[in-house]
Structure formats: structure tokens, C-alpha cells
Ligand binder design. Structure first.
Ligand code: FA5
Length: 342
């Protein structure tokens, strides 16, 4: 009988000194589990040599008091553990929030926005035309002879016999002139587009297979090289500042006559070296006539420039691959001015 009392005392003392609910669970198993010590005593009641009844009562009493002690201790420990958990997970609502990273436009997008502002300000209408273009707008409509090398698949990405990834944004012209012919657009007109352009070209510091062009043209009475030079001179000053100088040299493109290449130089960059931005000229009369435009009355100019060359010349970037590589260390140097909200 004494052993039952001793067992109860041992159990109560172990329960009192349990430090966690997990320890308490182990004690419950140790004393009251199927193979627990007190459960064992209960099984012994039947074979007990002596006062079975008194022994049974003592074991039951021990079981009851252990159960109660477990419950009481569990309540106490649970409360403490919950408080500790709350303390550990406490949120300091007064702590300043981590700043959100606000994105900004890619330097090429900033450049294209700027071009849109400048040409838009000069009265040119912004139009879009597809990157996946019909062969005829990319070449035929632009007065290319049938065997021109640009049409080679070494230079052009063909999708099928009649579709290419446009190799130049000048492909917009035929689409617009068609609308003039169909009476959907009236002369005079001034239009431009900006977008991705593709050429099957080896990549180097100044060439990529995927790049951007701005292509612009106007048709009106008495449009001459003077208008073209005036417009491109103004464009250069707006994009690069008043110190820029521009150069025009004769060049050949099937869709202009005369044709020129257009280069700029700024004293601060690349040792004042001339850098070609693109080509330009007066729209070839063959093209205007093909679309029923009276060349006795109307003439036009056109120019097409590489967009990447512009930030290269504004910031002294010597390799256009930086623009595509998405390296934030490079791109973060060109944070846009915050957009003015009106
Ligand atoms: C043309 O694409 C003509 N369509 C331009 C034009 C339009 C002439 C209207 C006359 C009238 P060109 O192939 O030279 O021309 O390209 C124009 C500019 O695009 C180049 O000066 C260069 O700045 C840019 N460019 C051309 N190829 C690449 C390339 N692979 N990577 C990056 N920029 C390029």
C-alpha cells in the first residue's frame, strides 16, 4: 500500500517540476499510459495478496490525483507558453515600414518618350505598325529592286515567303500611303513611328539582331532637303543640347533620292567623333507615284534613326549590348525624372 502512496508522491513531484507541456505529455504516458506505472498497479489489483479493496481504492485515488495534477499543471504551463509565443511573435506596429522599391522606365523607353515629345511637338503624328511585317511593306513598297542584298536571308529573318520581322521602321510608309490612295488620309501629312527592328546580324558593340528605330516622314508642297536638314538639326539640339553638330553625307537607300547619312558629334563624348544615327533623304518619286500622289505638286522627306545610338551619344555608353542585358547596376544610372502629374 505504501508503494502506491510513494508512487503518487513521486508522480506529483515530477509533475510539479515539469517545465513544459511536452514534458507533461511524457509524464502522462509514464504514469497513466497503457504501459504506465499506475495503470500497471490497477492491473495488479485482481491478484493483490491482501486487502484488494483498499489497494484498489488507493490506486484509483492515486490515479485521480495524478490526473488532476496533470490538468492543473498543464493549464499553468500552457498559459506561460502562449505568453512566451506572443512575446516572440510580437509585432511592433510603430516600426517604420521597409521602403517599397519603385520601378522606373528603362533608359530606351525614356529615350523613346523623349523622341515622341520632340517629334510630336513638331506636328508629327505618332503611328504604330507591326513588327511582323508583310514582305511587300518592308521591301517592295519601298522601291527595292528584286535582287537587293538586304532581302537575303543572311540579313533578314523570314517567317515565311511573305512575312519578315521588319528590318526597318520605314515599312510604315507603304501602309500610310495606301491610306492616302484609298482616301482615308489627306495630304499634307507628317507621321512617325518608333519600335523594334530585327536583322540577321552578328552582334557587336554597335549592332544587335534586335534594336529600335524611329522612322519619320512628311509630305507637303515644296518639301526640300532644307526642311529635312532643319528638322534633323532641331531634333539633334532637342535630344543632345545646343553643343551638338550634325553632318549629312550622300548615301544610297532605294526609297530616297537624294539620300544622305546623318551623323552627329558632341564635343564632350567619344573625342568629338562623328557617330552615324541613321539615314535620310527625299522620298523617291517612284514611291509617291505608285500610290497616286502627284509629284508635280507634292514631295516629301523621310529619315530613320537607330534609337540605341541616342542614349549612347547622350551618356557615353560604348556598347549597346548593355541596354538589353538587364543589369541593374547599369540601368540604375538612368533613373527617370519623376513623371509630372497635372
Ligand atoms: C535604314 O534602316 C533606313 N530605313 C533609314 C532611312 C529611313 C533612310 C528613311 C532614308 C529614309 P540603316 O540600315 O542605315 O537605314 O539603319 C538606320 C540606323 O539604324 C543606323 O544608322 C543605326 O543607327 C541603326 N541600326 C541599323 N542596324 C542596326 C543594328 N544591327 N543594331 C543597332 N542599330 C542599328
Amino acid at each position: 500500500m505504501q508503494e502506491v502512496l510513494d508512487l503518487q508522491a513521486q508522480a506529483l513531484s515530477e509533475i510539479a517540476s515539469a517545465g513544459s507541456t511536452a514534458e507533461l505529455r511524457d509524464l502522462k504516458i509514464k504514469f497513466l499510459g497503457n504501459n504506465g506505472v499506475i495503470s500497471g498497479k490497477l492491473r495488479e489489483v485482481g491478484s493483490y495478496q491482501g486487502d484488494k479493496r483498499a489497494f484498489g481504492q488507493a490506486v484509483n485515488a492515486a490515479k485521480g490525483s495524478v490526473e488532476e495534477a496533470l490538468a492543473v499543471r498543464e493549464e499553468a504551463l500552457k498559459g506561460g507558453e502562449l505568453a512566451a509565443k506572443f512575446e516572440a511573435e510580437r509585432i511592433d506596429v510603430t516600426m517604420p515600414a521597409r521602403p517599397t522599391q519603385v520601378g522606373y522606365e528603362h533608359v530606351l523607353q525614356q529615350t523613346m518618350n523623349r523622341i515622341k515629345r520632340v517629334l510630336g511637338g513638331l506636328g508629327f503624328e505618332y503611328l504604330e505598325s507591326p513588327e511582323l511585317e508583310h514582305f511587300r511593306y518592308n521591301f517592295d513598297a519601298l522601291n527595292y529592286p528584286p535582287d537587293h542584298p538586304a532581302m537575303d536571308d543572311q540579313d533578314t529573318f523570314y517567317i515565311d515567303d511573305n512575312h519578315v520581322l521588319r528590318t526597318q521602321c520605314t515599312a510604315l510608309q507603304g501602309r500610310v500611303f495606301e491610306e492616302v490612295q484609298q482616301g482615308k488620309r489627306q495630304l499634307p501629312l507628317r507621321a512617325f513611328t518608333i519600335g523594334r527592328t530585327y536583322r540577321n546580324e552578328a552582334v557587336d558593340r554597335t549592332h544587335s539582331h534586335t534594336f529600335h528605330q524611329v522612322d519619320c516622314f512628311m509630305i507637303d508642297e515644296k518639301v526640300s532637303m532644307a526642311n529635312l536638314k532643319g528638322t534633323l538639326g532641331l531634333f539633334a539640339r532637342e535630344m543632345f543640347g545646343s553643343e551638338v553638330t550634325v553632318r549629312f553625307r550622300p548615301d544610297f537607300f532605294p526609297f530616297v533620292e537624294p539620300g544622305v547619312d546623318y551623323a552627329i558629334s558632341t564635343p564632350k563624348l567619344f573625342g568629338g567623333k562623328w557617330v552615324e544615327l541613321g539615314g535620310a533623304g527625299l522620298i523617291h518619286p517612284n514611291i509617291l507615284e505608285n500610290y497616286g500622289i502627284d509629284t508635280e505638286r507634292y514631295s516629301g522627306f523621310a529619315f530613320g534613326l537607330g534609337v540605341e545610338r541616342i542614349p549612347m551619344m547622350s551618356y557615353g555608353v560604348d556598347d549597346l549590348r548593355h541596354f538589353m542585358e538587364n543589369d541593374l547596376r547599369f540601368l540604375e544610372q538612368f533613373r527617370a525624372e519623376p513623371i509630372e502629374l497635372k
